[in-house]
Design a protein around this ligand. Structure first.
Ligand code: URA
Length: 192
């Protein structure tokens, strides 16, 4: 466990804990404000992310940024975005063993960020973070409280590009997220 964000990042960027390190161009550590209280977690980098070293920079990322902007969120200022695995699995879901090998980085990121809300982007992240039997089509947009953290999942941006009919449902998840942020902010301010 690293106590310092920069130290954590530097060590993660040199990670060789699993074989995904062999073919990577970049470790995709994450993007955003390390003091943010809302954390998004995706699955793992795709081709564009591997090349640029930043999560969600392809067409899916543009859609994500649009939804974020619609609820007054911005990837660089008031949220943090990370992935379950930090190196690109070549056009497949990350294997359980790759997820396991990578989880300590995410645990350390979460421990330092201490988010109040975690939003899983897609099924893989929701199954890993919220519960193993998470059903993304049925349970997206619902909040689950684990310890002090409110957790929710929305449909993966890449799934929305493949199936645009699901976009209104995903947009609704972002509206619910906005409501939850506002609700928690009101609670927090009441305590001061
Ligand atoms: N898909 C993900 O889950 N994460 C990324 O960073 C990019 C695409």
């Amino acid at each position: 466990m690293f106590e310092n964000w920069e130290e954590l990042k530097e060590n993660c960027l040199n990670c060789r804990k699993c074989s995904l390190c062999e073919a990577r161009s970049n470790v995709v550590f994450g993007v955003g404000n390390p003091r943010a209280k809302v954390m998004f977690i995706g699955e793992g980098p795709g081709r564009n992310e591997d090349l640029q070293g930043e999560p969600f920079v392809g067409a899916g990322g543009q859609l994500l940024d649009k939804y974020l902007a619609a609820v007054d969120l911005d990837r660089r200022t008031n949220i943090y975005i990370a992935n379950i695995v930090k190196c690109r699995p070549q056009n497949r879901d990350p294997l359980q063993e790759e997820q396991e090998a990578c989880m300590d980085w995410l645990r350390n990121q979460t421990a330092l960020l201490r988010p109040k809300i975690i939003v899983c982007l897609g099924r893989i992240a929701a199954m890993r973070i919220i519960k193993p039997d998470f059903k993304i089509t049925r349970e997206h947009g619902q909040f689950f409280k684990k310890g002090n953290i409110y957790m929710t999942a929305t449909l993966h941006p890449a799934a929305l590009l493949r199936n645009p009919a699901q976009k209104p449902a995903a947009f609704d998840d972002f509206l619910k997220l906005r409501d939850k942020i506002d609700e928690l902010q009101a609670d927090i301010s009441k305590t001061y």
